[in-house]
Design a protein around this ligand. Structure first.
Ligand code: UT7
Length: 389
């Protein structure tokens, strides 16, 4: 199990803190480049790259889904944290493209991991979903109701895009990122969060679904959006995004008692490189303090922050005791920021012990068997009841 380096003052040491101790990401096999896109949509690599910073995105094929990507990212995160799935108390999947309306994608991941002592639910807050979910899990840890949580952002945006609409279909991609959060007495981890929403902007960005007030027989909503297809008023969302990124980061710094200049790295939702550059200017921070990988993944909605976090860690841009700001913004309109003081698990622990790795693999195999046998038992019981009647 992960341990923490570093100490803290005695008063703080008696409190519970929520630390990120594991991380992982997964993207589909196939990438779709701007050039390939421009063979079936009226657009160009020059336009897309100049306006967004995107060069390619990953697109799920038939065998891949929100749940399979989430599951892969989760396995990696458990590996880094070196804990067993059975140690998890909670699994939250932030997504706008769930496997089903219900059961939740989180429940499927729980079953596939054999995390049989964990509660599981999906959270819907669009591109801010991962920060919302992390905040909920951190609060549950700090309140003492759970010890460890798996928080995932996972999307298959390609399945809700209108591939005729060049103003949206060029932007999004598929993927998943996951973190394990764990209780610790070591000060740090999640320091503060700001969650906000402005539902008056709900007509600017969304995906009409089954319960939609506008879902009439023609399967179209009053603002022209089609059922299960994304609509977005791009330039208005752009203005909203640049405003709330700087505002919410300032608020979360104030709440944590630090200055904006004390931030070592901002891990923002990856919507558009120009948004990130404008937000950096507003905050008076160097643009290179904003992590960006939108070039390779496009906008993966709730998955973009944990994917960018994984890559920042891999690139050694996150160090022990660093102040990391996460910020999400999008449909709702909703936005959220969080400040984390990083506590990196001891290097020797980062790759997990061989013994625990084997135990995890056994648990994944048990998960398949357990799930099948439960279904089979239910079927047999049903038959027995029918025969008795
Ligand atoms: O994750 C949720 C949060 N989402 C965001 O934060 C996205 C925010 N918005 C944006 O990133 C940008 O607004 C977009 C990238 C969506 C659009 O960029 P823009 O600079 O705001 O362009 P625009 O919508 O003002 O369109 C400019 C022109 C238009 O042509 P006219 O009317 O000037 O002749 C569009 O028709 O570009 C045209 N256009 C395109 N041209 C080539 C729009 N999409 C395309 C395209 N290829 N794909």
């Amino acid at each position: 199990m992960a341990t923490f380096s570093g100490g803290g003052d005695k008063n703080e040491a008696t409190e519970r803190h929520a630390h990120v101790v594991g991380w992982g990401m997964a993207v589909p096999e196939s990438a779709l480049t701007n050039e390939e896109l421009s063979t079936f949509v009226e657009t160009s690599d020059e336009w897309i790259f100049a306006r967004t910073g995107i060069r390619q995105r990953y697109i799920a094929d038939e065998g891949e889904s929100t749940a399979t990507l989430a599951y892969k990212a989760a396995q990696q995160a458990l590996e880094v944290a070196d804990i067993l799935p059975t140690d998890l108390d909670l699994i939250v999947v932030a997504t706008s493209t769930p496997e089903n309306i219900f059961p939740s994608t989180a429940s499927l991941v729980q079953d596939w991991l054999n995390a049989h002592d964990a509660g599981a639910f999906d959270l819907s807050a669009a591109c801010s979903g991962f920060v919302y979910a992390l905040n909920m899990a951190a609060d549950s840890i700090r309140a003492g109701s759970i010890q460890s949580a798996l928080v995932i952002g996972a999307e298959t945006m390609s399945r809700i895009l209108d591939w005729q609409d060049r103003s949206t279909c060029i932007l999004f991609g598929d993927g998943a990122g996951a973190v394990v959060l764990q209780a610790s007495e070591v000060p740090g981890g999640v320091l503060s969060s700001v969650l906000r929403s402005d539902g008056a902007g709900s007509d600017l960005l969304g995906i009409p679904s089954v319960g939609s007030i506008d879902a009439d027989d023609s399967r179209a909503s009053s603002n022209g959006a089609k059922l299960y297809k994304m609509y977005m008023a791009g330039s208005e969302v752009f203005r909203f995004a640049t405003r709330v990124i700087s505002e919410s980061i300032e608020q979360t710094c104030t709440a944590a008692g630090i200055q904006v200049n004390d931030i070592d790295l901002v891990i923002p939702h990856q919507a558009n490189l120009r948004i990130l550059q404008a937000a950096a200017r507003k905050l008076g921070l160097d643009a290179d303090k904003f992590m960006s990988n939108v070039e390779r993944y496009g906008n993966t909605s709730a998955a973009s922050i944990p994917i960018a976090l994984c890559e920042a860690i891999e690139q050694k841009r996150v160090q022990d005791k660093d102040h990391i700001a996460l910020v999400g913004f999008g449909g709702g309109l909703a936005w959220a920021a969080m400040l984390i003081r990083w506590g990196v698990p001891e290097p020797s622990e980062q790759h997990g012990s061989m013994f625990n790795r084997q135990r995890r693999h056994v648990q994944y195999r048990i998960a398949k068997w357990r799930s099948r046998s439960r279904r089979w038992r239910r079927r047999v019981n049903r038959k027995v009841r029918e025969i008795r009647v």
